[in-house]
Write a protein that binds this ligand. Structure first.
Ligand code: HH2
Length: 308
């Protein structure tokens, strides 16, 4: 698959930055055209960034229940930071296919104490939520980013972000988690997802969310068949060329299980291959469960690119 020039990672500085290590982006000089601003954090996207997944849910598709205990969740978040995560994505509601919505009070109780504890440690925290009340509380508790699988479509969501300075990840989903995998349909999946995300970004900018705070995500597995996911992966350069940083969440997803025949806890190799395929096509942020392994895979990929 040929890569668009605008989407290609400049591997030499990426590799240097990865060798230097370190999870925090604060205080470092950053190039103006590639900076992602998330509250008091600024990420230089000259190197791909890793968002570590922290699901504080009983039912997430790959790690449901494992970090439902707050102390274990905090330990896991700190381990991911030590392993090289740049950002921790805290989620209190599973959006797996078939999942039912979680009560707002339950979601607040799951995520806000963790957001507050991690933010107090200076960790860049993203909150994975569709609910404006959770967004507002998380931002008040120090969250640097909101990651919304509904692209801030809920009434009041854009307003919750507008005055905050936080980053926002706008994800595409067809339908809702309860039914989204029943019969996803597109004419031109790449074109439709791109047009939707650009329209949502324009709505955010019109409401005062600056362009350098916005990340786009095609939403792998959210109302998409394997064929749709593969077309989106192959078509990432077209999305990356739109000028916003692109995030990909492919880690352990069922499409990788369909390709390899592996169960969800046996998809590490498949996840790493998918992550590198995404970075090669212009993705700047990877949302992953296996931080240490992804950091290593990226180091090797970047070393090869730097030598090419
Ligand atoms: N995928 C999941 C959840 N949130 N956010 C973005 N931006 N992109 C994604 O691809 C994405 C996401 C699903 O993964 P996970 O959080 O591990 O599972 P669950 O929704 O079951 O908690």
């Amino acid at each position: 698959m040929p890569r668009g020039d605008g989407a290609r990672c400049d591997a030499r500085p990426c590799l240097e930055a990865l060798r230097r290590g370190g999870a925090r982006a604060e205080g470092k000089p950053v190039s103006a055209d590639r900076v992602l601003r998330c509250g008091r954090h600024a990420f230089d996207l000259a190197r791909p960034r890793i968002m570590g997944v922290l699901n504080v849910t009983p039912n997430s598709f790959s790690d449901g229940g494992r970090y439902f205990n707050p102390a274990r969740a905090l330990d896991h978040a700190r381990r991911m930071i030590d392993d090289g995560a740049d950002l921790i994505d805290v989620g209190g509601e599973s959006t797996r296919p078939g999942a039912l919505p979680v009560d707002e009070r339950d979601e607040l109780g799951r995520v806000i104490p963790l957001v507050a504890a991690l933010a107090a440690d200076g960790v860049p925290v993203s909150v994975d939520t569709r609910k404006p009340a959770v967004m507002r509380a998380a931002l008040a508790a120090g969250a640097a980013m909101v990651n919304d699988v509904c692209a801030l479509e809920a009434p009041g969501a854009i307003e919750a972000l507008a005055g905050s300075g936080a980053g926002v990840c706008l994800m595409h989903m067809q339908g809702d988690p309860r039914t989204m995998q029943q019969a996803p349909r597109y004419g031109d999946v790449v074109g439709e997802v791109r047009a939707y995300l650009l329209a949502r970004a324009a709505a955010c900018e019109a409401a005062g969310i600056a362009r350098d705070r916005i990340v786009l995500d095609p939403g792998f597995g959210f109302g998409k068949t394997l064929a749709h996911n593969l077309a989106l992966l192959a078509g990432l350069p077209a999305l990356a060329a739109a000028g916003y940083p692109v995030l990909a969440g492919l880690s352990r997803k069922s499409s990788l299980g369909e390709i390899t025949g592996r169960a969800v806890d046996e998809r590490l190799a498949a996840s790493l291959a998918a992550a590198l395929a995404a970075v090669a096509r212009g993705v700047r942020l990877l949302r992953v469960h296996d931080v240490r392994e992804t950091v290593d895979a990226l180091k090797v990929w970047l070393a090869v690119e730097a030598a090419a």
